[in-house]
Ligand binder design. Structure first.
Ligand SMILES: [Zn+2]
Length: 442
């Protein structure tokens, strides 16, 4: 984890938010390469679930919604973690994180057997209290109870409340789904593990509406489809697993849930949850809004409340998994090289143009080659330091191809393409370079 945090900062993938002021726990900024990787992850997801399917449409709902939404969804009542405070050092912990943590005798007296003490200082803890994880703010000029709103803790509700709008606008038949990418906010008591548990994060969620009775079959479809999506991005199979949650782990709305988990350094952890939310949400919003959120089933001639399967994944967690999975250290001719084996579709930079040296005769043709590639892909131009150092720098950020312009280029109008993983080099004419890279990148 430390290696990746350091690489992320050094090369501009992820920075601590407002770092010059000491940062803010659970908030992160994505740097020049990070924003590219993040956008590529979101693009790959959107392509797989919206563009390439005929049964899902997109949505981009607002972050702040009518406060009744969160009463109906159950978040006001149940979206809470038990928390305890240390009476001595004032630090706050999740009570379930401390279960069984006994620091007897830190203050020279034996703690009662089985009673948790502060893991930081051994101090006495308060009784657990429920702490709602939603961020609060106010709409309008008056800060009172009536104007209190929340930053959404999930993007899902924006899709449920738009069920009727989307159904009417698109004339969809069941089964059909909505997909949304957007920021969500949770005031986590203990954020941690770099960008794994953030207070501000981005979700990629699908709400897939089906006829009751077909929900279990569709649930299996989505578990398989989502697992395959990660494999298609090059995530190694041995680092990915699907786990069915136990009954006591299920959220209040879920009939059944599977998690796609990745083997992070801190152990198997959730990348994506795929829940069968039944008709809970549509029924609750019907009840609280007074608007019928039903579907007219022509076959039976009845209005039905669809069930929903929800594949819900985290952009930031996927980002972290992609970095871990791609990270390699190799020894090449006695020298260490670090490389990120990113799938070409995710790599922030697709190709780097490198003149062999800073010799003045190489600059004009190298710039021309760069001009040729820029309209097609994110590219970089680098002419500082030795060619070997520049290859290493590109390897370290996952650039799949380097294009080298050398003295022969002046004679043969050709360049060398170097492959990141195999380090093989092939010579191609400049006239065919775009085509040659397209073949490799697609
Ligand atoms: Zn303490």
């Amino acid at each position: 984890m430390e290696i990746l945090v350091s690489l992320s900062k050094r090369r501009g993938f992820v920075f601590q938010s407002s770092e010059i002021y000491g940062g803010l726990g659970g908030f992160w900024d994505y740097g020049p390469l990070g924003v590219e990787l993040k956008n590529n992850i979101k693009r790959a997801w959107w392509k797989a679930v919206v563009q390439e399917r005929d049964d899902i449409v997109g949505l981009d709902a607002s972050i702040v919604m009518n406060p009744r939404v969160w009463v109906a969804s159950g978040h006001v009542d149940t979206f809470a973690d038990p928390m305890v405070d240390c009476k001595e050092c004032k630090k706050r912990f999740r009570a379930d994180d401390l279960a069984g943590h006994v620091a007897a005798g830190v203050h020279g007296h034996a703690a009662e057997a089985g009673v948790a003490r502060c893991p930081e200082c051994g101090g006495e803890l308060t009784e657990p209290r429920m702490f709602n994880l939603m961020f609060k703010t106010f709409v309008g000029p008056v800060e009172d109870q009536a104007s209190t709103v929340h930053l959404r803790p999930e993007t899902a509700q924006g899709m449920f409340v738009n069920f009727d709008n989307v159904l009417t606008a698109t004339r969809r038949k069941l089964p059909f789904g909505m997909a949304q990418i957007g920021k969500a906010f949770r005031n986590e008591i203990t954020p941690g593990n770099f960008i794994f548990r953030d207070r501000e994060f981005e979700q990629m969620e699908i709400e897939y509406f089906v006829k009751p009775g077909t929900d279990e079959e569709w649930h299996q479809h989505w578990v398989e489809a989502r697992r395959n999506w990660y494999l298609g991005l090059g995530i190694r199979e041995e680092n990915l697993r699907v786990r069915r949650l136990d009954k006591e782990e299920l959220a209040h709305y879920a009939k059944d849930t599977y998690e796609v988990e990745y083997l992070f350094p801190m152990g198997w952890s959730e990348l994506e949850g795929i829940a069968n939310r039944t008709d809970f949400d549509l029924r609750r919003h019907t009840e609280f809004s007074g608007r019928q959120l039903t579907y007219y089933d022509e076959e039976s001639g009845e209005h039905i409340v669809p069930y929903v399967i929800e594949p819900s994944s985290g952009v930031d967690r996927c980002f972290l998994a992609v970095l871990f999975d791609g990270y390699r250290e190799e020894t090449v001719r006695g020298e260490k090289r670090v490389l990120l084996r990113l799938h070409p579709s995710l790599a922030p930079i697709k190709a780097a143009v490198l003149p062999l040296s800073r010799h003045e005769s190489l600059a004009p043709p190298a710039r021309k080659v760069w001009d040729l590639l820029r309209p097609h892909w994110m590219t970089q131009f680098d002419d500082s330091q030795s060619i070997g150092r520049r290859y290493r720098r590109q390897d370290e950020v996952g650039t799949p191809y380097c294009v080298t312009v050398d003295f022969d280029t002046l004679e043969d109008q050709a360049v060398t393409i170097r492959d990141r993983d195999s380090m093989d080099q092939v010579r191609v004419p400049i006239a065919g370079l775009v085509e040659a890279l397209r073949e490799r990148l697609d």
